[in-house]
Design a protein around this ligand. Structure first.
Ligand SMILES: *Cc1c(COP(=O)(O)O)cnc(C)c1O
Length: 519
């Protein structure tokens, strides 16, 4: 780790500090080291120049502050520089290629941003009277319409605020449906390759989780799944395309078998980008699926914005959908139904997931995206995302091991393993080496079903030139791992921070400023 070199350079040090890659300031070329605002600022100074307030008797009594408030004082330029420097340390999709598999880090079109910033949308408040927010309700209603149309489902719950939240919504709907049938089914089946949120969701909702094995070809083992079905199985959670970047061609057969055994099918729709406009999950027998608006429908995420995870539901689960939802009244006006009403408004709803209606800013962006692409454009999104991933997969043939490369093309992401690396070299080394090349690493060590996984999701928004540059960098770093270049073991060399102790940082995070003496 490079703490600022406060000792400074002394003549007897010669050029030792250059050899050790340390600088006096801790800066690296124009990558500026930035200390905490408490370390830069001095509590005795202030950036404003106003006369002291006239003495007035305190009316706070015993609540009056006894000690100094302790805020760092900085001038305006110091403050602006502090936050600008911090903002430069945030890697984002607007800065460069972000091949994080399973995350669909695609470009966020500026058209969406312009729409989301329109005054009537940007300033809307969830407690405004209904007559004043008819336009906002119409946006929710129209987006709901297109999500239901694109997925071939019966209804959609708009309020969940992320993919994992949507999973919980879908599983709670399944639980409510089972309760309404008077059945106590306790088991949810989850494939080995599932995202960690799937088993976590099922367990959080009170189910026990059992794994279904994968076939040699990286798909759900249909025979093993069928063999496990029975009166104790509430349902399955399946990702399609799955987290190995492969389509599950047996999903319809899986759904039929699960339904015949009295269970429900939850589909993790995080990878919908690969099939949007091409495949309707409703046609595959899915009962519930979340859609990550922040993945498929291009709303900013990963430090750039909040998520949004609407859940499309089959006719069997729709009666149990959460509140609130938008309803069109007889007079044509729109209403947000906030409470279940026997015989009328969603009487069997399992309840409410959020205080209000969900992520309004994401709804406007997603609707702008859908309408600006149109049916043909959305179809092309899926086709280009798959084409780009296959270009990456084939371009690295013979360089990186592709565990399922033999079973044909991939969907929207290319999966590689560490097979063939020199003794002692790992996927982590390749990821760190990519940082030196100026790339955010791909997803590593996920999915768990292959050794040393590297999951690359280029998305459709990257040009061939951008892909070629990444492929060249990955090829170079992979060759170093295969040939055992010792310098790769200590990469990154050019980043302001080298290899951090990520385990310690996660287990013992230091989150509060404890004073400059560290007490
Ligand atoms: C991203 C993702 C999720 C979770 O979505 P969040 O919006 O991050 O909660 C679930 N499953 C898969 C396969 C994903 O890629």
């Amino acid at each position: 780790m490079n703490a600022p070199n406060t000792a400074g350079w002394r003549p007897e040090m010669g050029d030792a500090h250059i050899a050790s890659e340390e600088t006096f300031t801790g800066n690296r070329a124009l990558m500026l080291e930035e200390r905490l605002i408490f370390e830069i600022g001095d509590t005795s100074t202030t950036g404003v120049d106003i006369d002291p307030a006239p003495a007035a008797a305190s009316r706070l009594g015993s609540l009056a502050r006894a000690d100094a408030i302790g805020l760092p004082g900085l001038s305006e330029p110091e403050t602006v520089r502090h936050y600008t420097r911090l903002s430069r340390q945030n890697y984002g999709i607007d800065l460069g290629f972000f091949p994080l598999g399973s995350c669909t880090m695609k470009h966020n079109p500026r058209l969406n941003e312009a729409v989301a910033r329109m005054k009537g949308f940007k300033d809307v408040h969830p407690l405004q009277p209904r007559e004043t927010v008819q336009g906002a309700l119409a946006v929710i209603d129209e987006l709901a319409h297109w999500l239901v149309t694109l997925t071939g489902m019966d209804s959609v719950a708009m309020s969940p605020k992320a993919g994992a939240h949507g999973e919980l919504c879908g599983i709670l709907a399944i639980k409510a449906a089972l309760e309404a049938r008077g059945e106590d089914r306790k088991v949810i089946l989850v494939p080995e390759s599932a995202h960690g949120t799937n088993p976590a969701t099922a367990a959080f909702a009170g189910f026990s989780v059992e794994n279904i094995p994968a076939t040699e070809a990286g798909r759900v083992d249909l025979a093993a799944l069928k063999a496990r079905l029975g009166p104790d199985v509430a349902g399955v959670m399946i990702t399609n395309p799955n987290t190995c970047g492969l389509f599950e061609p047996d999903l319809k057969a899986i759904s039929d078998a699960v339904h015949a055994a009295g269970g429900y099918v939850y589909c993790d729709g995080a990878n919908f980008n690969a099939i949007v406009g091409k495949v309707r999950p409703g046609d595959l027998g899915v009962d519930a699926m979340h859609i990550n608006l922040h993945k498929t429908f291009s709303t900013p995420h990963g430090g750039g914005g909040p998520g949004s995870g609407p859940v499309v539901l089959s006719a069997a689960l729709s009666p149990f959908a959460p509140l609130p939802y938008v309803k069109r009244e007889a007079d044509g006006s729109l209403r947000l139904v906030e409470e279940e009403t026997a015989g009328e408004d969603q009487p069997d709803s399992f309840g409410r997931m959020v205080a209000f209606h969900g992520q309004m800013g994401m709804f406007t962006r997603a609707l702008a995206y859908i309408l600006s692409h149109g049916a043909d454009g959305l179809k092309q999104v899926a086709e280009d995302a798959v084409l780009n991933a296959n270009y990456v997969l084939r371009s690295l043939e013979g360089v990186l091991d592709a565990p399922f490369g033999h079973s044909g093309p991939c969907m929207h992401e290319a999966l590689f393993t560490d097979d063939g690396f020199a003794e002692g070299f790992s996927t982590l080394d390749v990821a760190k080496g990519l940082i030196d090349e100026g790339f955010h690493p791909m997803t590593v060590y996920f999915p768990l079903v292959v050794h040393g996984a590297m999951l690359v999701e280029p998305t459709e928004t990257e040009s061939k030139a951008a892909l070629d540059q990444f492929i060249g960098a990955l090829r170079s770093v992979a060759m170093r791992a295969k040939q055992g270049d010792p310098a790769l073991k200590s990469a990154p060399h050019f980043a302001p921070r080298r290899r951090l102790d990520e385990t310690l940082a996660a287990r013992k995070p230091v989150l509060a400023w404890k004073g400059d003496k560290g007490e």
